[in-house]
Design a protein around this ligand. Structure first.
Ligand SMILES: Nc1ncnc2c1ncn2[C@@H]1O[C@H](COP(=O)(O)OP(=O)(O)OP(=O)(O)O)[C@@H](O)[C@H]1O
Length: 265
């Protein structure tokens, strides 16, 4: 757990806890891939999670989003509280997922047009007027730094866009849910550096409105964006700290310094 001075330094001290993680362990069948993970993500914080492959980062996001429901081999122990309520006690998982948007590394385009990909969620929320949907679709596509490239082909299938465009479409789709918490898993894997920077700018703006958990293999991306960062390694959360501290050597565990300095991973 992080102490209050750290929170104050990261500028998130006063914010309520959005995601409370307590002693979480995740296993697939008999194999434990993550254990003993505890931290709080505060409202309007960008909370980074860094760590090498197989550290358990994606599994953690899946547990928050209750994907264990669809994978009988996946077991989650401990508590993950969203707005104070354990996600495993939430009956309406569909409703939970509306409030927690997730963008996974490889784009998963729904077999729909660009427009419908983004309009689907607002429609399901009951927004029917075309003019209202148009405004939402444009806003989400602009925020995902995609509007200029697709504004003349909104009726094309999303699957016909390039890989990087599809990735941005998944971001636009996640934003169209108006989530309270947005979790991004290596969103820039298929996106060029210029577009990555544009999306990073959007995330900085978005944190005024929502909370963001950012899993990234790019440690400098965590440095640019995250208020606090957790370092996962080999299925454990080695430490949580103010991001800038982790990059200036003020670490509790020397493995964190070695990782951010590129000595392994
Ligand atoms: N559905 C699954 N069934 C069985 N094992 C899994 C499953 N998903 C992940 N694992 C295992 O869990 C461990 C952690 O994987 P996870 O994807 O959570 O790590 P990660 O830190 O996100 O890695 P990367 O950066 O490579 O995406 C790995 O050993 C992986 O093989």
């Amino acid at each position: 757990m992080t102490g209050q001075p750290e929170l104050a330094q990261a500028g998130v001290a006063e914010a309520p806890v959005k995601l409370g993680v307590e002693n979480v362990a995740i296993s697939y069948d008999e194999t434990t891939v993550l254990e003993g993970v505890s931290f709080d993500v505060r409202e309007h914080e960008i909370f980074g999670i860094i760590g090498p492959a197989n550290a358990g980062k994606t599994s953690f996001l899946k547990a928050v989003n209750r994907m264990d429901m669809f994978n009988s081999s996946m077991t989650v122990d401990g508590a993950i509280r969203f707005n104070g309520v354990d996600v495993r006690r939430v009956r309406n998982v569909y409703g939970l997922r509306q409030r927690i948007g997730v963008v996974f590394p490889l784009p998963v385009g729904l077999p729909m047009t660009v427009y419908e990909n983004v309009a689907l969620s607002p429609r399901l929320r009951g927004i029917r007027r075309k003019a209202d949907l148009d405004v939402i679709v444009e806003r989400c596509l602009r925020r995902a730094a995609l509007w200029d490239e697709v504004k003349d082909r909104l009726d094309s299938l999303g699957s016909l866009l390039s890989g990087g465009q599809q990735q941005r479409l998944t971001i636009a789709r996640a934003l169209s849910q108006e989530p309270e918490l947005l979790m991004l898993d290596e969103f820039s894997i298929a996106v060029d550096p210029v577009t990555t920077m544009r999306i990073e700018d959007v995330l900085k703006e978005l944190k005024q409105e929502i909370t963001i958990v950012l899993v990234t293999n790019l440690v400098q991306q965590a440095r640019r964006l995250a208020d606090r960062t957790a370092f996962f390694l080999g299925g454990q959360c080695v430490e949580v700290g103010v991001t800038e501290d982790l990059f200036t050597g003020e670490v509790k565990d020397s493995r964190t310094r070695d990782y951010v300095e590129g000595r392994f991973g």
